[in-house]
Design a protein around this ligand. Structure first.
Ligand code: FE
Ligand code: FE
Ligand code: FE
Ligand code: ZN
Length: 161
């Protein structure tokens, strides 16, 4: 990589790999959630994630680059952690609390990645691409906030019991 444009293209491919891995992993997280609202949060975000991958493909087309060839090792690690946790959870309550924790790590990683990508796109003068990336960034924030609310709701319920 010898300039910001090449670094930007690298980051786009990394995000493409991250979203691809997440599309494969989210169904297992949804299946294991016992709370129906949490289950719905995962399946809703799965559909959004598919659109996010499509957006990145469109961005690659606009940049005239191939989306493949990069593996996001951080997302690979986050997913491994989540899957390891699923095997260890012994109660529904622990499962749901832990799934939220693992999913929020993923969302925060994506927020960081898309935040950088939006800034690079703007600096490079790719304003349409910046708008597309911003749309995804907003969805990642919304997903994270939804998980925050579910975590709080669960804790409140537990406190009242
Ligand atoms: Fe995403
Ligand atoms: Fe990455
Ligand atoms: Fe996400
Ligand atoms: Zn958060």
């Amino acid at each position: 990589m010898k300039n910001l444009q090449e670094l930007f293209e690298h980051q786009i491919k990394d995000l493409y790999s991250a979203e691809t891995q997440l599309i494969a992993a989210l169904p297992k997280m949804a299946e294991n959630a016992s709370d129906s609202k949490l289950q719905k949060a995962f399946t809703d975000h799965l559909e959004e994630t598919k659109q996010q991958k499509t957006r990145l493909k469109e961005i690659c087309d606009e940049l005239d680059i191939k989306p493949g060839g990069e593996k996001c090792k951080a997302m690979e690690g986050l997913i491994k952690e989540a899957e390891g946790f699923i095997d260890e959870a012994e109660t529904d309550e622990v499962m749901d609390a832990g799934l939220i924790a693992e999913a929020q790590r993923v969302e925060h990683y994506e927020i960081s990645g898309y935040g950088t990508a939006v800034r690079f796109a703007k600096e490079l003068g790719h304003s349409d691409i910046a708008k597309k990336l911003q749309k995804t960034l907003d969805e990642e924030y919304d997903a994270d906030n939804k998980l925050d609310k579910l975590a709080e709701g669960r804790l409140n319920k537990k406190a009242k019991a």
